[in-house]
Design a protein around this ligand. Structure first.
Ligand code: SF4
Length: 317
C-alpha cells in the first residue's frame, strides 16, 4: 500500500497541540501548531512520558550528568533513573510512526527538546544547556533526513522558513519516490530545486547535478539515497542575501532579451536594496515574478525558488 498522502505529515509533541499531558496536567497552546500547521499538515502527536506510563500528574524529570553519563532522572530523587525505559519506549514508538516530513518538539523538555536542553551536573548542581531530549535524540538517530525543530526556535523568521522549506522538500521527495517513473521524477525533482540549491550551497548544487547526470535504472537506488543525504544537508543551510542576489541575477539573465533598460535598472536597484537588508526578499522576487508572468518560461515556472511552501505558513511581516 502507498504511504503517500495529499499533504505533508508532521509529528508534534502532544502538549503543543492542546493535549493536557504535561506533568501538571496542563498544555501549551502553540498558535503556529494549532493554526497554520493544522491547516496545511496532517499532525501526529506523541507524548512519550504519558505513553510510557508516567501518568498525569507526575513527578518532574530532568537530564542529569553523572561524570559524563547523561541520565533521565526524577528531579526530587536523582538516584532513581528512567533512562533505559525511555530509550526502549522511544525506539518502539518511533518504529510505529507513519512516514513523517518533519517534527516540532517542545523546547527544553528532557524527553522532547531538540536544542540546548538543560542538563544538571550531579556533583556541582550547575546547569548547562547542551542536552537533547531522549525521545528527540532517538527520532533524529532513526530519521536523520527528517527536519526537526523546537517550537521556540520557530519564532525566528529565518529558522521557520528553513524548516518549512525542508518539510516540503522531504514531502516532495516522498512523492517522487512513489511516482510511476521514479527516474524521470528524480530528474524533475532536481531540476525544480536547482535555483534553491544554487542559493543555499553552490558546491553541493554541482555535486548533486553530477549525481543526476550519472543516474540510470541500474544505479538509481544507490545514487538517489546518496543524493537525498547531500540534498537535505544543503537544504539545511540559510543563504546570505548575497547568495540570493546571485540567483536573482541568474534569473535576470532569462529576461535579458525581453526587458528594456528601464525595467532592468529597476530590478537591479531592488536587488541592491534587498542586499542592504532594507526590504525583504519578497519585494525583488515579486517584481521578477511579475516580469516572468508577462514573459513565460517553463523552466522558471517549475522552480520552487519563488514559493517553496505556502506563504501563509510564514510569520506575519
Ligand atoms: S514535552 Fe513531550 S513528554 Fe513533555 S508533556 Fe510535552 S509531549 Fe509530553
Amino acid at each position: 500500500m502507498s504511504d503517500l498522502t495529499d499533504r505533508p505529515q508532521i509529528g508534534v509533541s502532544a502538549c503543543l497541540a492542546r493535549q493536557p499531558v504535561r506533568f501538571d496536567g496542563c498544555f501549551i497552546s502553540n498558535p503556529f501548531v494549532n493554526n497554520e500547521c493544522s491547516t496545511f499538515f496532517d499532525i501526529h502527536t506523541v507524548c512519550p512520558e504519558v505513553e510510557m506510563g508516567l501518568g498525569i500528574p507526575r513527578q518532574v524529570i530532568q537530564l542529569r550528568d553523572f561524570d559524563g553519563e547523561i541520565r533521565l532522572v526524577y528531579s526530587k530523587d536523582p538516584e532513581k533513573q528512567i533512562t533505559h525505559e525511555m530509550r526502549e519506549y522511544s525506539e518502539r514508538r518511533i518504529n510505529c510512526l507513519p512516514p513523517l516530513d518533519g517534527y516540532i518538539f517542545k523546547k527544553d523538555s528532557p524527553s522532547c527538546g531538540t536544542h540546548k536542553v538543560p542538563v544538571k551536573n550531579n556533583k556541582t548542581g550547575m546547569r548547562n544547556r547542551n542536552g537533547i531530549g531522549i525521545f528527540a535524540q532517538a527520532f533524529k538517530d532513526r530519521y536523520p533526513q527528517v527536519p526537526t525543530e523546537d517550537e521556540g526556535r520557530l519564532n525566528d523568521k529565518g529558522i521557520r522558513e528553513n524548516f518549512l522549506e525542508r518539510v516540503y522538500a522531504h514531502y516532495r521527495w516522498r512523492q517522487m519516490a512513489e511516482a510511476e517513473n521514479p527516474l524521470k521524477s528524480f530528474r524533475d525533482f532536481h531540476r525544480n530545486y536547482k535555483l534553491i540549491l544554487m542559493a543555499k550551497d553552490n558546491s553541493a548544487y554541482r555535486q548533486l547535478g553530477r549525481m543526476v547526470a550519472s543516474v540510470n535504472n541500474k544505479n538509481f537506488t544507490g545514487i538517489s539515497e546518496q543524493y537525498f543525504r547531500l540534498f537535505m544537508q544543503a537544504m539545511s543551510k540559510i543563504p546570505s542575501h548575497g547568495h540570493h542576489v546571485n540567483v536573482m541575477m541568474h534569473l535576470l539573465g532569462y529576461l535579458k532579451d525581453k526587458l528594456d533598460k528601464k525595467d532592468k535598472a529597476e530590478l537591479l536597484d531592488w536587488f541592491e536594496i534587498y542586499r542592504e537588508d532594507r526590504v525583504s526578499r519578497v519585494t525583488p522576487l515579486m517584481l521578477l515574478q511579475h516580469h516572468f508572468n508577462r514573459h513565460q518560461n517553463d523552466y522558471i515556472a517549475d522552480q520552487y525558488y519563488f514559493s517553496p511552501f505556502p506563504s501563509k505558513l510564514m510569520l506575519p511581516v
